[in-house]
Design a protein around this ligand. Structure first.
Ligand code: NCD
Ligand code: ZN
Length: 343
């Protein structure tokens, strides 16, 4: 196959940041994607409907002339979140999900949740109105090994929350383990799971073997090869519960290349070429559209995009780094030459 036309993809987990960084990274998403679920982990976080509306306006103002893109806003769940405010932001159509960060789990998650009982009324309200909860699924206990934090979260937090809140729609975000794939497969259609581009490509050796590679450090951290293979099987399966959430998370090289560097891979520019290659390697190009363009809208109850993108079998001309007013940001390097381009 040398050409492939898909309904225009959406990204169901994206970090756009704000200000100069937003202006620099947004066009890279808008050129290939119609919509994205926008992560609310700004400083300060996007907690209220008013803040989400203002952030949405800043995103649209940063969009270059002639480009179209629809930001699907989220609210950052805190122990003080007001259920009425969440419900109003949902009813108005502004907000498409609420984001749960366990406090301290990742970049800018300090305002997240420590005591899950405190958010119970908000979760119950969300179940009533059908508003999905997007979950960063890692426990933060110091005594739990970082490579086990996702699997432990399922047993200790995710499954108890779902049992206590029947009907709550949940997205397990950026899953990185066979355990999460298995758990997702055993649930009904109230549960979806996103998979990133980079977790289909790297395992933990890419980060740590033969020298430390900070640009591959993200959270949840990439796991063993058996987990990467399980993610590839899930993503390419066509199963409705699995869809693309790139978790494209730009940080300047200054902030990545530090004694204590930031977590995040910037994959917005080359996600579609990488995915086409992964799906081709798995003999599953016919399932790419389900993963990038169909399963996500079905979970969120939104229409599939009418517009299309066409991928052709030619090496893309993509930068390895982009300039921003805050400094250069390195684009995720899959470690192989790309063979598909977005036309
Ligand atoms: C994200 C970021 O930089 O905001 N980093 C990451 O490694 N994925 C936060 C997150 O989604 O965990
Ligand atoms: Zn993220």
């Amino acid at each position: 196959m040398t050409s492939l036309t898909l309904a225009r993809p959406d990204d169901w987990h994206l970090h756009l940041r704000d200000g100069a960084m937003l202006r620099a990274v947004l066009p890279w998403t808008a050129r290939d994607f119609a919509r994205a679920i926008i992560m609310p982990n700004l400083v300060p976080p996007v907690v209220t409907g008013t803040q989400a509306a203002a952030y949405r306006d800043r995103i649209l103002a940063a969009l270059p002339d002639g480009m179209t893109f629809e930001p699907l806003m989220t609210l950052y769940l805190t122990e003080d979140t007001d259920a009425d405010d969440v419900a109003a932001a949902h009813t108005s159509g502004l907000v498409k999900a609420v984001k749960l960060y366990p406090a301290g789990a990742t970049t800018n998650s300090a305002s997240g949740v420590t005591n899950f009982d405190k958010v119970r009324p908000v979760l119950e309200r969300m179940a009533e109105i059908g508003l999905p909860l997007c979950v960063h699924g890692e426990v933060t206990d110091r005594d739990i090994d970082i490579f086990d934090r996702e699997a432990v979260f399922i047993d200790r937090v995710l499954d108890p929350i779902r049992r206590a809140t029947p009907g709550l729609r949940v997205v397990m975000e950026h899953i990185t383990t066979l355990n999460s794939v298995d758990y997702a497969r055993a649930q009904d259609n109230s549960l979806g799971a996103t998979i990133t581009t980079h977790h289909l490509v790297i395992n933990r050796n890419h980060i740590l073997a033969g020298g430390i590679r900070p640009h591959y450090y993200c959270l949840p951290v990439a796991k063993r090869e058996e987990h990467r293979l399980a993610l590839r099987a899930a993503a390419t399966s066509g199963e409705a519960r699995f869809f693309l959430g790139t978790d494209s998370a730009p940080h300047t090289d200054d902030n990545k290349l530090q004694p204590c560097g930031c977590a995040g891979c910037f994959t917005a520019p080359n996600t579609l070429p990488i995915l086409a290659q992964v799906f081709e390697e798995e003999g599953a190009l016919d399932q790419l559209e389900a993963f990038t363009s169909k399963n996500g809208p079905a979970f969120y109850g939104l229409p599939v995009n009418q517009d299309t993108v066409t991928l052709t079998k030619t090496a893309p001309d993509l930068p390895s780094q982009i300039d921003t007013a805050e400094g250069p940001v390195t684009v995720f390097d899959p470690g192989f030459d790309l063979t598909w381009s977005v036309q």
